[in-house]
Design a protein around this ligand. Sequence first.
Ligand code: MN
Length: 286
Amino acid sequence: MKLCRFDDNRLGVVRGNCVHDVSDVLGVLPQVRYPLPDHDPLIAALDQLRPRIEALADAADPIPLDRVRLLPPVASPRKIIGAPVNYRLHLDEALADETIHHGTNIMPIDKAGLFLKATSSLIGAAEPVTIRFPDSRNDHEIELVAIIGRKADRVSRAAALDHVAGYAIGLDMTVRGTQERSMRKSCDSYTVLGPWMVTADEIADPSALEMELRVNGAVRQKARTSDMIRDLSTLIERASAFYTLMPGDLLYTGTPEGVSEVKAGDRMIASIEGIGAMTVAINGPE
Ligand code: MN
């Protein structure tokens, strides 16, 4: 099932080139009261709600996808986790290019571990990335994103994928510079998630997906998730060793080689096999 959020916080099921509005199901979610939950309530309830969502989708009129504005498919992730330099050839290019590493110590992922991005940086496919520091190099990074579906506290590699609710395409937009990753990668709009979430049952092997990112029609990144230095299961094992993963948490799994600068007016098209494709615009600072 492909699940999207669109327009004014509507929930939809994507079938072919259309969206079926299933927002009525949101009425059964627990009413949120202070203090706010430590997870995304829809993702936490997804397995249980799925039959009702499918039934609502069957009954809903199709809306063409090009008539809706896609929001991030997860509304309220409590953590956005990133994997630094998790593809060999991206590690090589980062080490070789001063405008990428800026004299910082680029450590291999086994030494560096993971990092966090601010949840306030999250946008969906319909919203442009707004360049925050036009005098710096601002790069695209296409990444497979795993959406956590079940609480995961110190899970083993073997059990890791049981905790994944689904997948989406991520863009880990990055200001190159000397600052901590958590700062450079957390500008407003620098975390794109879309175009929708594909439930895990539709992705037989997250380590066998082709991905591609084009800027203004030219291919910049093209790789397979099998090129990851540490696979998704290992990333979940390592993340959950340090902190409990909760439903709705997002794990960005790292980007392959070919990162490059984007500027206001550019258009990115990001695609991952089994998920789909999304077009994301780049705006200048307001
Ligand atoms: Mn990244």
